[in-house]
Design a protein around this ligand. Structure first.
Ligand SMILES: [Mn+2]
Length: 473
């Protein structure tokens, strides 16, 4: 058997163990707060609903000792973690001793003695499969649920939304995601077309779509209303249709060509200027003009719900509840505004004391001026924006209300062979009460706010050193 078959066999045996759990038990479900985590939770809930099981769910941004200690005190005997948990397997083992724990995750697992029978972990990394690229947390839950419930196939598209949310789509998917995608296509859930990858393209005025377009980033246009309107005039497109704003659907062929060329021209200095064109994954079950028609936008919607503390709206949207979906769409609009505000804040403050620039790195300390749930998104956007040289570390920080600070680490350009998780680990190493997590291409930490200065000093040293080594290589 190859590693893929071994992985699927392992998932199957874990699913079988799950099916033996007493039906009267209430299952404790904990999932991650991002789009993938919400997709994963939705699939798990669908599976539990179909099986008439009782459950209690919480969505968390980080799985720290505090959360685990709370869960340990609860009466539930079985705990299921989705899209989270692998990185803290040892803490789970220690703190949740006596409970049966299922970890359905695609994050790199912490080395842990898995002979411990009460912890069952479904994870591609166990079989040498790259969970960062090949399958999402929602994908792992999908495989798990498929072993228990044939009907979950009707929700294959949710696993794809999760994978898109975790940036696993790059003009197509790799093996495991691709298998799930094919199930979604043959089940009539997804249709792929080739087109402009612009957020909100279906529903919003064109100038807004461009202003709010952060991936791909359009220099001089993203984050600027006037920049966007001027850009349209400069390429010969009137942003208005009489008295109302033009939408992308109103453009004729000629204008569409102008727009595509114009955006590519604006992006000539970027890594991949023509990244505006790509696969668009349309959800067949969604209405034509709905912002949830495009799987990429659906992922953004879920992210928005999570980041704004309204994950349950995201779950409702995944499960197909129309009223909840409406509310989720409202949340997305305010989330987009928050992101644009964060970009504006950065643009207005990049020359002052909030932004420290070093050789090969930049440290942004937004304190209370950017939401802590959005600070990582800001770093991601900047990493793709060509604001910094290729391979510049971007570390961003923002405060929570509870005396902690969220730290995010990204690297500019699209280099994949650099392990940011390892870098953040070395930054917080030895500093008390800091917890790091994440992937090779997006990592972060939570630190006590009073340790900000210490962490920044250490980061200057560590990032400077890594950046130097990078140059030598
Ligand atoms: Mn994930």
């Amino acid at each position: 058997m190859d590693s893929y078959e071994l992985f699927k066999e392992d998932v199957k045996s874990i699913a079988e163990a799950f099916s033996r759990i007493d039906r009267n038990e209430t299952i404790r479900l904990i999932s991650h707060l991002d789009a993938d985590g919400i997709s994963a939770a939705s699939l798990m809930i669908k599976c539990l609903n179909n099986d008439n099981r009782k459950y209690s769910i919480t969505i968390v941004q980080q799985l720290n000792k505090e959360v685990l200690t709370e869960v340990a005190k609860e009466p539930y005997k079985t705990v299921v973690f989705t899209d989270i948990g692998a990185g803290v397997a040892n803490s789970i083992k220690e703190i949740l001793k006596g409970k049966t724990v299922f970890i359905l995750d695609h994050h790199e697992p912490e080395a842990v003695d898995m002979k411990e029978e009460s912890i069952l972990m479904a994870n591609p990394h166990k079989f040498g499969i790259d969970g960062g690229l090949e399958i999402s947390g929602a994908g792992v839950v999908y495989l798990f649920a498929s072993c228990l419930d044939e009907k979950i196939k009707e929700f294959a598209h949710i696993a794809i939304i999760g994978a898109i949310g975790d940036l696993q789509e790059n003009n197509g998917f790799s093996k495991l995601n691709n298998e799930i995608l094919n199930e979604a296509i043959s089940g009539g859930k997804i249709k792929i077309i080739r087109g402009l990858r612009l957020f909100g393209a279906q529903t919003k005025p064109l100038y807004r779509v461009l202003e709010y377009c952060t991936d791909p980033y359009i220099p001089g246009v993203t984050g600027s209303e006037s920049g966007s309107i001027q850009f349209l005039y400069s390429i010969g497109i009137n942003p208005k249709n009489g008295s109302s704003w033009k939408k992308i659907g109103h453009l004729d062929n000629e204008e569409m060509k102008k727009l595509v060329t114009g955006v590519i021209m604006k992006r000539l200095n970027e890594d991949k200027p023509d990244d505006v064109l790509g696969n668009v994954y349309l959800l067949r079950g969604e209405e034509h003009e709905s912002p949830t028609k495009d799987a990429r936008e659906f992922a953004t919607l879920l992210n928005a719900c999570g980041r704004l503390g309204k994950a349950s709206l995201g779950i409702g949207a995944c499960l197909g509840d129309k009223k909840i979906k409406e509310k989720a769409i409202h949340s997305m609009d305010s989330y987009k505004k928050e992101i644009v505000n964060a970009i504006k804040w950065f643009e207005g403050n990049k020359e002052n004391e909030f932004v420290i620039k070093g050789d090969g790195f930049v440290i942004i300390n937004a304190q209370h001026m950017v939401m802590h749930t959005i600070i990582g998104t800001l770093a991601s956007i900047l990493s793709k924006s060509n604001s910094f040289k290729e391979n510049t570390f971007i570390m961003s920080m923002a405060r929570l209300v509870d005396g902690n600070t969220k730290v995010s680490l990204r690297i500019s350009g699209r280099k994949k062979d650099f392990d940011l998780k390892q870098v953040i680990d070395s930054i917080v190493y030895g500093i008390e009460n800091c917890e790091a997590g994440g992937h090779a291409n997006a990592a972060g930490a939570q630190i006590p706010s009073e340790k900000e200065e210490e962490v920044i000093e250490k980061a200057k040293e560590v990032l400077g050193k890594f950046a130097m080594e990078e140059k030598v290589l």
